[in-house]
Every structure is written in C-alpha cells, then in structure tokens.
Ligand binder design. Structure first.
Ligand SMILES: C[S@@+](CC[C@H](N)C(=O)[O-])C[C@H]1O[C@@H](n2cnc3c(N)ncnc32)[C@H](O)[C@@H]1O
Length: 863
C-alpha cells in the first residue's frame, strides 16, 4: 500500500518481447565451447571434447593488483581463493511490499531451519542468514550459488519461492555489495534523488523503497527519483524492474549522464509553457538533494558472478573509463544542491576508476565538496579504507607519475589518473579536468593563472613525493570504502560519499579551438548546448562538456576489448534464473501506437501537423527521436466520468496529475498518475523546451477496457493493478468487501456467478454494481461491518462486473501469490475453523469469455 503493493504482473507477451529485444551479454553463446559450464567449474563428463572451464585466472590481473596493494601479501591467497569461487546468491525483501513481514517471517521461521540440512562441509554454517549490516533483516545472504539453487532438488521449494517472489516484486535478487551505496546516501522521503547510471535498476528500486517507506497508504511522498541511463534497452529493463514498485514518484530518462540536462528556467521564461498548460511548477531548476553516481566500470568486482571477465580483463579497461567516470561524477556534483550528498560507486577494485576519480572530483571542486567520513555508519559492514597511493600501468609499463608518460600516450593516460593529479606536460591540469585541452595543438586556451589558482593544488597541497618517488594523494582518500570478496563472502565494491558544502567555483570556458572542432557537435542529444557551457546560477554550476571530449576516454578503451561493464543485477534478470525478465518497454510499446495515433510535441508547443509535415514525420523529426511525448491528460469529460464512476474523493487530485503518451485524447489507452514532485519537474521540463528525454513517468492508473459488453459500461477505463493500492482509500463506488472464503474463491476460480457466492449478501451487492470495473477488498474480519477501513495491510483486487458473474482482473501469478499468502496467514493465525465451502457449480481453471470479457490473465498484458 502507499508506496505500492508490488504486484505489477507481467504477461507471456511481455516476456517474449523482452527476450527478443535484448542480447544476453552474460550468457555465453552456444557456439562458445565453454558456454555449458558454469560458476562451479563443474566437470565435463566427457560430453564435449572441446569443453573448457572458465579460466579463473589471468596473470595480468594478478600482477596488477599485487602491485596496487589492494590487499596485503599475506592476504593474497585468501583473496584469490574466494574470488575464484561462485558467488552465493543474495536477495532483498521489498520493504514497501504489502507482504514484506510475511516473507521475512517465512525466511526466519521456515527456510532458515528447513534448508540447514543442505549445508555441506566447507560452507558457512548457516544455509541462509540476514546480512548483519542491512536494516531490519530485509537483505539476505544464501550459502548457495545460483547453480546449486537450480540443480539441487532439495532446494527446489526455496528456489521456487525466490522465483515467485522475485517475479511478483516482493523480493529482488541483488548482489549483497550492490545494496550498500543507497544506504550511505541517507535518503529521506522528501528528497529529490538522481540515479545517474541507473539500469538495470536494483539501486533505483532501493531508493524508491526508502522514499516510499514512511508514506501512509494512499499518500505519496514529496520526493522523487529520476533514474537515468544511456542505454535505451537497459532503460526498458529498469522500467520493468521498477514497475513492480508501483510508484508515481519516478521519472526514467535516457541521457548521457555527463550531459544530463540542468533544466534551468531563465528569469523571463516563467510563463513559457510550451504546451499550453498552466504552469504551477514551484521549481526553477532541476537540482537534487541526493545523487547516486554508480558509474560504468570495468566490473572486476563481479568476477564471481561473471567469470568470463577473467578472460577479458586487462588494464586498458579501467584506464579507458577513468575520464568518463570523472565527467559523470562532476556532472553529478554540479546537479547537487548545496548541502546535498553524492555517492560515487563502482563494482571495480581498480584505483584508477575509484580513488583517482574521487581525488579528481575533490581537486576540481576545491573546497566546495568534502569527502565524508562514514566510518561509524553501518558498523557491521566489513570494508577497507581507500588507497592514497597507486600506480598507473600502460602498455606493459608501470608509471608512477604523469611525467613518465610517453608523449604519444598523454591523451590516453591523463594526469588525473595519478595520485597527485599533476601534469608535467606544460599544459595545465585544468585542460584535462574539464576535458578541454588535449586535442588542441595551440594551447593558448585562456586557462589563466587565476583559474589555475582556483583549481589546481598548490605544489604542497596535493603532491608529496616520497623517497621512492611515488606519488601520494593529499586528499583523505582513506575515507573511501573498498569492499573485497573475502571480507564477507560476496563481491567487491568501491564507495565514496561526497558532501557539497558550497557552490562550485567558476570554471573557465572551453578553449576556442575546441568549440570550432567538429567533435563538439553532439550526436545523440542535439538539443543540448554543443559547447562547454559553464554557468553559475545561485548555488549551482552547470558544466556541459562537448561530445568531442568523449574521444579521449574511448582512445584508451579502444586498445582493450571492453567488457560489459554493467553487470550489477543484470545477470539475475537476464539469465531468467528467477523466473525470467519480462519486458514490455513502455516507450517501445508507445512507439508502436504512436506511429498510428500520436505526434511529437514540438518544444514550442506547436502541434500543427501541416507545419511539421504530418504526424509520422513529427515522430521521426521530433525533439526526441523515437520517444513518445509526455502530455498532461486534460480531457475533462473522461476525467469526470472516471471520477463519478468510482466515486473518487476530491482529496485525491486528478487534474494536473494525469499524463499520457498520446496527443490524441480519443485514442488514449493508458493514463498515468504522477506525484506532485513529478508534476513540478514535468512542468519545468516543458518550460525549458523539454530538455529531459523521458522514457517513462508515473504510475499506470487507468487503462481503457474493451469488452463485448463495453457499450453498457458507463466508464471505459479500468483501474490498473499497479494503480489500485494508491487510489484505493479514495474510492467510494464500485467497491465491495468480501469475506475470506469468497475472496479465496475468486482467486481460485477467477469468475463466480452472483448466486454462487457463499455470502449471499455479497453476491447481491456485486450484481447491483454498475457494469464494468470494480474493486473487491478482503474483509479483515468476517464479522466486521462491510465498509472496512483501508490501511497498509488491506488486500484488494480489481474485478469486472459482468451480466451474471464477477471476474477477477489479476494475472494468474498474482492470484497464485495472493492465495499462497492468504493460506500462510491463515495457518499462522490458526484460522483453521474457516470452513471451505465449494460453490456448487464452479469449475476450477481459467475462465474464458465469461460475461463478455476475456481471461483475467490478459488484463495485465494490455500494454
Ligand atoms: C554499473 S551499471 C549501473 C547499475 C545500476 N546502478 C544498478 O544498481 O542496477 C552502469 C550503467 O551505466 C550505463 N552507462 C554507461 N555509460 C553511461 C553514460 N555515459 N551515461 C549514463 N549511463 C551510462 C550503462 O548502460 C549501465 O546501465
């Protein structure tokens, strides 16, 4: 309730769509001789003579990390030993699920004991255990790898439980270490949070949970999460993941994080709507209280889960990503409010992607930011302090300082990779720091002494060369955290918490030679400024680097076979281990419709098709190619019919909170609900010419329902399962309260004739409803009055009131889950006295075409 019941169903259609649309980068192709084997290095049984186990070693890896000293020499064998073992599965209970306490009880009281027999020698003593550092026993570590869960018959019940609950959205499979960064962000319900590189969305889900946790049923928090990812397909994966959260407080965007738009309203723009809406937005710029900067990385912290990384690993991976990571992090800081916090994290162990990036952020921001000391937080989490010294390796050579870099490699191996961050090339560090100067032959770029003072460390502020001539960072990088696999039998992660204390200092503009360079033109985001635009506005510094600057990091990367560096959580979904990842990308679905019915909204509010050359052309030529517009839904006739039909109380505001992805009101199929915070951001976005490329927004609340009896239903929009928990406390009509037995029968038989309900009064009330969608609430107590109180534990489902029967409009899997939960609750509460009375003429099974509507399964597949 409130934050969502977590019961977004998915259909077979969706699953198929997802599989077709996304390459499984984590699974080896069948043609790969090693594709059959797995994390256990299990034996081959002579089946395939070409079969090779994953090599869980790589000499370059050993040499690199031994030299970097991420563990002491005494620890090396333990570190490598654990790194070569398969990763034990971990998962998190969705704290905003209606059943989170039931699930936690089941784990504590059932599975913890029943699985114990499967623990073998050499394993940890417990089969499953709560992660000691995660609040309220909501995150769990299992002693079994995914392979064991799949193959061991005795674990089948547990495996089925994980699959079902994951599919329903009550739990999320996630690497334990990946759960850490959101905990350090210290998010509150009213925070605006930006998740810069968010897909596949496991941390976004956590952030949303935190935001929703304190909200009352039917109330929305004041905060929101903007989840961004560069990769549109991974954005779709994220949309699917977070759909289970049933939230109206999420916007999904598709930008290069380093170019994330600032959406700053100019002073004279306050009335510019762009789409003819009355703007009420109370915000004039999109700044955030919290930023999660979980950047793309080499991913060697996930070796246990993705052992193919052993084969692909090389030093170029980290070197090649360093500059991009700096750019993304700097953009994150610039979008942060003063007083806000940013967490920078990677699933890499490499100091070039970690400490070097953090040092560079501190360097560029001067005293405006501070690396937070969080050593007293989460005391049960085993972690190590960040490094203060490290080296750079390039082309087989160890480099202690940028002065050792050959002049041919200065574009790839940049000063900020070194502990001092110091350049010895005669150019200033600033050139690199803002990704400005190195392509310029003429370095007369205006980096004045003044700016140097602002940005560069004085010789003794950052640089100390020790006797061995090794550079040592002067920043307190020991406040960063590195979690290693053998610390708590998991993966590796790096985390740094940064506080923004003051506005960022002014930064020099981009050198002219680069502005004129072809590389400056942005390919993917044509609306963005194509030059390094640096402006200080109140408390924010906006830095929009050029597309061309990306060339620099790609140069180093090109020498390496870049592996997929986004392993976090993705494998679980993609490998279908827990029931598979079904995906119906909202945007792509919308796109299909859009070609027929919609048109892009031009930035200036023009909708004149003639002017723009027709709908189809608008779609192609629109501001955000291939993405349907987001428009406020303002058809008062439809809104009023919905409001009247369901008797929605005035205290639940509809006007201004409904959006669609379709300009044509006559063909709107889905209406989404947005929170006040999201509404404010959307209005701001219209005012600034739709800088945000929005892939998904809000919560699907109403869906057009067609049925053979449709013409008799006074309202053609049904309430979607995702939207029901939010709107439930505000519905006064088309709502019924069922006894436990009738509720169970509905879930079991899917459709029941009015005369067959055990409670005849309920059957009569059901038959008296208006034809169309209705809501059936499970009565708390069979003796309670029929009009019950709605609270966080209320269970409700959408149904269809037909001529002769009531039919559930919930997916089969959601029915199964609800039934199981009810049975467990009944057992727990020892309600064995409830008599099972079989309605006389019911037959179990799916009900086709009852009362002119289709099988309930299909209701959720209408996307
Ligand atoms: C480590 S993964 C993020 C995992 C995610 N935070 C989670 O918890 O599920 C990095 C993500 O960054 C995205 N990415 C790569 N380059 C990017 C860029 N320039 N801007 C935004 N996202 C980017 C990738 O598509 C990938 O989804």
């Amino acid at each position: 309730m409130g934050g969502g019941g977590g019961r977004g169903g998915r259909s077979r259609t969706q699953r198929k769509h997802f599989r077709q649309s996304r390459e499984n980068v984590w699974k080896r192709p069948k043609s790969d001789p090693s594709s059959d084997q797995n994390d256990n290095n299990n034996n081959n049984n002579g089946a395939n003579p070409n079969w090779q186990p994953f090599a869980t070693q790589n000499p370059a890896f050993d040499e690199y990390y031994k030299e970097q000293g991420i563990v002491s020499s005494e620890e090396w064998d333990a570190f490598m030993g654990v790194l070569r073992k398969p990763l034990p599965a971990a998962f998190r209970i969705n704290a905003s699920s209606q059943f989170y306490e039931d699930i936690r009880n089941q784990l504590e009281n059932d599975f913890m004991n029943s699985l114990q027999a499967e623990v073998t020698d050499g394993d940890e003593p417990e089969a499953i255990r709560p992660l000691p550092w995660y609040p309220e026993n909501l995150a769990w570590h299992s002693n079994f790898s995914r392979m064991q869960l799949r193959k061991n018959q005795n674990l089948e019940r547990f495996h089925e439980f994980l699959k079902l609950e994951n599919e329903i959205g009550n739990i999320t499979r996630q690497e334990a270490v990946s759960m850490v960064p959101p905990l350090f962000l210290d998010v509150c319900a009213d925070h605006f949070v930006l998740d810069m590189c968010a897909a596949p969305g496991s941390k976004t889900f956590q952030l949303l949970e935190i935001i929703h946790r304190s909200a009352k049923p039917g109330c929305l928090p004041d905060g929101l999460v903007v989840a961004n990812d560069l990769d549109v397909q991974r954005c779709n994966l994220l949309i699917h993941q977070t759909k289970r959260m049933c939230t109206a407080n999420l916007i999904v965007t598709n930008h290069e994080a380093q170019h994330f738009p600032g959406c700053r309203l100019n002073k004279n723009d306050s009335n510019a709507s762009g789409i003819g809406t009355e703007l009420e937005s109370s915000i004039r710029q999109l700044l955030f209280d919290r930023v999660l900067c979980d950047v793309p990385c080499s991913g060697d912290g996930t070796l246990r889960k993705a052992p193919d990384i052993w084969r692909k690993w090389n030093v170029g991976l980290g070197n090649g990503l360093h500059s991009l990571q700096v750019q993304i992090a700097m953009r994150g800081i610039s979008l942060l409010k003063v007083g806000g916090k940013m967490v920078y994290s990677t699933c890499s162990m490499n100091p070039i992607e970690n400490e070097a990036v953090v040092a560079e952020i501190l360097q560029q921001c001067g005293g405006s930011v501070e690396l937070a000391d969080v050593s007293s937080e989460l005391p049960h989490l085993v972690r190590r302090p960040g490094l203060k010294r490290w080296k750079v390796r390039d082309k087989g050579v160890w480099l202690s300082s940028h002065k050792d870099v050959s002049k041919y490699r200065t574009n790839a191996i940049v000063p900020s990779m070194f502990p001092s961050g110091r350049s010895y090339t005669g150019t200033t560090d600033n050139n690199h720091r803002m990704e400005l100067g190195e392509e310029c032959e003429n370095n007369g770029n205006g980096n004045s002494e003044e700016s140097k003072d602002t940005f560069l460390p004085t010789e003794d502020s950052r640089i100390q060369a020790d006797e061995l001539n090794e550079e040592v960072s002067e920043f307190p990088l020991e406040r960063c955290m590195r979690i290693l696999p053998h610390d708590q039998n998991g993966g590796a992660f790096f985390i740094a918490v940064i506080h923004k204390r003051a506005p960022l200092p002014a930064i020099q503009e981009k050198p002219k030679c680069l502005l004129e360079n072809d590389l400056c033109s942005s390919k993917s985001e044509p609306h963005l400024e194509t030059q390094n635009q640096v402006t200080e506005d109140a408390n924010d510094l906006e830095i929009i680097p050029t597309e061309g600057t990306d060339e620099k990091f790609s140069e180093a990367a090109s020498e390496a076979d870049l592996i997929d560096n986004n392993p976090d959580g993705a494998a679980d979904l993609i490998e279908n281990d827990l029931g598979g990842a079904a995906l119906e990308p909202e945007s792509s679905t919308a796109c299909k419709e859009h070609n027929v019915e919609g048109a892009q909204v031009p930035g200036d509010g023009e909708t004149d098709q003639k002017k723009a050359g027709g709908k189809r052309k608008l779609q192609i030529q629109g501001k955000w190619r291939g993405v349907d517009p987001v428009v406020f839904f303002k058809d008062e006739a439809i809104i009023s019919s919905i409001k009247t039909f369901y008797g929605i109380k005035d205290s639940f505001p509809l006007s201004g909170h409904l959006v669609t992805r379709n300009l044509d009101n006559n063909h709107v199929k889905r209406i989404y609900y947005i929170s006040k915070s999201v509404k404010n951001v959307l209005e701001l976005n219209f005012s600034v010419g739709q800088q945000l490329k929005i892939t998904s927004i809000g919560l699907k609340m109403f869906e057009r329902q067609t049925s053979r009896e449709g013409s008799t239903a006074p309202c053609c929009f049904r309430i979607s399962s995702e939207g029901l928990p939010l709107i439930l406390p505000y519905i006064t009509k088309q709502i019924l309260y069922a006894s436990l037995i009738d509720f169970k029968h509905l879930l079991q038989y899917k459709s029941i004739k009015y005369s067959d309900f055990v409670d005849a009064e309920f059957g009569k009330k059901a038959s008296d409803l208006m034809p169309g969608c209705c809501v059936v609430v499970l009565r708390k107590d069979d003796n309670a009055s029929l009009d019950g109180e709605i609270d966080g534990s209320t269970i409700a489902i959408g149904c269809w009131k037909g001529r002769a029967s009531l039919t559930v409009m919930v997916t089969a899997i959601d029915c199964q889950e609800l039934l199981e939960r009810l049975v467990i609750r009944m057992e727990t509460e020892k309600e064995s006295s409830v008599k099972e009375v079989e309605p006389s003429n019911l037959e179990a099974g799916l009900v086709e075409d009852i009362d002119g509507i289709e099988n309930g399964d299909k209701y959720e597949s209408g996307d």
